[in-house]
Design a protein around this ligand. Structure first.
Ligand code: FAD
Length: 385
């Protein structure tokens, strides 16, 4: 056997899973198609809201302390507005936590994870490389790489994202529903201080979020129909800033563009199973959510943490690719994945529905939750991870 475990895809989820097993006495390989982009001083347009639960996981991996703290944003309050007069507010102070979420640039997080991986003697990073064939046998899995090398392992992990090659090669079906929307992301300097408050507006043309970065800066995610996203990206910078400021009710005054706007197609995806003999899915390879709750990568970190714990706690010498062991992981993740898929998909549909009756219902719902501390507390506990 060349390896105990081969992980296909070293994005945030695959890389964090490998780090979670760094001291397990297992021999690991990570196959990644593209090396991560270099993190320079420019603000990365791709910023993630990381839950306190995920922060704690990244701390146990020893990677959180490698991040430059002057580039991390903190959310102390969150104000959500409906498309009528409804409002829902969450506060870290009321929830009894230091922050509701932290904001981290994708490139920087990826880069500290890779730096940490390069120091692990039991982890081989094979990059850039693609996999071309997978065979899941009784005693071992065999993965053939485009360069001709064949890797034999007890277990193969698919962490290769939404369009997972490995999931398809393992014959696991997935239900995919495109939303017909794009997530438009960009960073801005704002004229007024944000006081570590995140804002989210459910609008007729989608969902717009302002997320606080350090200083007077914000990152936005505007989930909006494809044609509107194309129109926004075609605007000159000054017109784009004015459009985003106006859509955000000028909550932070004038905006100045700090990083180029990018767009990502949005879809929901759910794999029929998370495991098969000698095979498991983690992260977006197994489930993709609408970004309105900012929970996709947090859910993936939960997968990585849970699967690593199952493997670390197995009886000594037990085969890590054994299906009964892998089912423990699948069972442990089922509730979180289902709950977040239903909530994000349900909210997306509720706010996309046309007509006055739907508008009344959704806005009354937001006001009702705001008036019910117990429900608010339940929601916040789940979001904190
Ligand atoms: C607009 C937007 C905003 C978002 N905001 C948030 C947020 O604030 N908070 C949050 O929690 N989530 C957020 N998400 C979700 C988040 O981006 C994803 O859940 C997360 O990136 C998934 O990570 P992953 O490692 O599973 O997959 P990916 O990031 O897709 O990584 C997969 C890796 O596999 C590699 N790969 C692919 N195919 C192969 C192959 N055949 N062989 C080898 N390597 C391969 C790729 O190069 C890549 O490095 C957002 C998503 C969008 C679209």
């Amino acid at each position: 056997m060349d390896f105990d475990i081969v992980i296909v895809g070293a994005g945030l989820v695959g890389a964090s899973f490998a780090m979670a097993l760094r001291s397990a006495g297992l021999k690991l390989a990570l196959v990644e198609a593209q090396p991560p982009a270099h993190a320079d001083d420019n603000w990365d347009s791709r910023v993630y809201a990381i839950s306190p639960g995920s922060t704690a996981f990244l701390q146990t991996l020893g990677v959180w302390k490698r991040l430059d703290s002057s580039r991390i944003g903190a959310v102390h309050e969150m104000h959500i507005f409906g498309d009528a007069d409804a409002q829902l507010c969450f506060s870290a102070y009321e929830a009894g936590v230091a922050e509701l979420a932290t904001l981290v640039e994708s490139r920087r997080l990826q880069s500290v994870l890779w730096q940490a991986l390069e120091h692990q003697h039991n982890i081989e990073l094979i990059c850039p490389e693609r996999c071309v064939a997978l065979q899941l046998g009784e005693d071992a899995a065999e993965l053939t790489l485009a360069g001709g090398r064949t890797l034999r392992a007890r277990l193969v992990i698919a962490a290769d994202g939404m369009h997972s090659w490995a999931r398809q090669a393992a014959g696991i079906a997935a239900e995919e529903k495109p939303y017909g929307q794009m997530g438009v992301v960009a960073n801005f300097a704002c004229a007024q201080p944000h006081h570590n408050t995140a804002f989210q507006w459910f609008r007729r043309d989608g969902v717009l979020a302002y997320l606080p970065l350090p200083g007077q800066r914000i990152s936005i995610v505007w989930s909006t129909p494809d044609d509107h996203a194309a129109e926004l990206l075609a605007l000159a910078p000054a017109a784009f800033c004015a459009r985003v400021a106006e859509a955000g009710k000028n909550a932070l005054g004038e905006l100045g563009l700090l990083s180029p706007a990018l767009r990502f197609p949005l879809a929901r995806l759910r794999a029929a199973r998370l495991v098969a003999p000698r095979f498991a899915l983690i992260g977006d390879a197994g489930h993709v959510l609408h970004p309105l709750a900012g929970q996709g990568v947090n859910l993936g970190f939960g997968d990585a943490d849970t699967l690593a714990q199952v493997l670390l706690q197995r009886e000594q010498f037990r085969d890590p690719g054994e299906i009964r062991l892998l089912r423990r992981y699948e069972r442990a993740r089922a509730e979180d994945i289902l709950a977040l898929t239903l909530v994000t998909d349900g909210l997306q549909r509720l706010f996309a529905a046309p007509g006055g009756a739907a508008a009344k219902l959704r806005n009354a719902g937001l006001n009702l939750i705001n008036a019910l501390p117990v429900v608010k507390n339940l929601l916040i506990r789940r979001a904190l991870g």
